[in-house]
Design a binder for this molecule. Sequence first.
Ligand code: NAP
Length: 246
Amino acid sequence: MEEQKTVFVTGGSRGIGKEVALKFADHGYNVVINYVSDKTDVESLQKEFEEKNVEALILKADVTDIEGIQNVVEKAIEKFGKIDVLVNNAGITRDNLLIRMTEEEFDKVIEINLKGTYIVTKQVVKYMMKKRSGSIINLSSVVGVAGNAGQANYSASKAGIIGFTKSIAKELASRNIRVNAVAPGFIETDMTKVLSDAVKENIHNQIPLKRMGSPKEVANLIYFLGTEESSYITGQVINVDGGMVM
Ligand code: NAP
């Protein structure tokens, strides 16, 4: 029988992250997820994973809190022995035009999206290095590639994630650890629910496939990058955006 594998998805309580965790669970992976909001219904999340006959470790820990993340990673190693796949998914937006963007809005987005990715990766990678195996997938965005008015902070964080991805792909390749970034376009989650109908219609007009994507469509790509099916792919940024950015 194949050895059971483990995936750690940051921000796996909702949206894309949750769908990613469920996708790996469908394929028998043990699941580790963290979240930050007090509103998170951990019990019902736990049930969803139990129904898939996998073990889930669900812990509250902010990706910017080094000790909290260290604790999650140590508990995961204690429980499952290793982390095979890391998905750096946790992220936020604080949109505003530059002229109105506060320092707090700028710092918060960089802190969670970019520095959080560094903090979690650094904790996980030491165990992957020992095993000489692993796959890391970082959530960037098409706006990290192409930019977007009103999202200077978010675009900068997502562009930063691309540089981070390529650099550590080069550093870690000799240890058989692959690192890739996924750049979604507009995906139907809480993050995009706040957009007005007019903005959504404008978005649809920019997408050759004429619709927003689903979290499942992003999860499918992330699952592929997490497995040996993608064993010769590292240091890449792969768009999943209905053709929005070509
Ligand atoms: P979402 O529905 O807003 O969910 C965000 C997740 O991140 C939640 O699980 C949230 O936890 C968690 N999170 C937020 N801040 C955190 C922190 N400081 N520490 C730990 N967890 C934290 O977002 P989404 O739309 O699924 O997006 C997921 C990722 O894809 C993000 O990196 C986003 O930038 C990227 N992305 C999304 C889109 C899109 O159109 N939706 C497009 C391109 C890229 P709680 O539930 O506890 O709040």
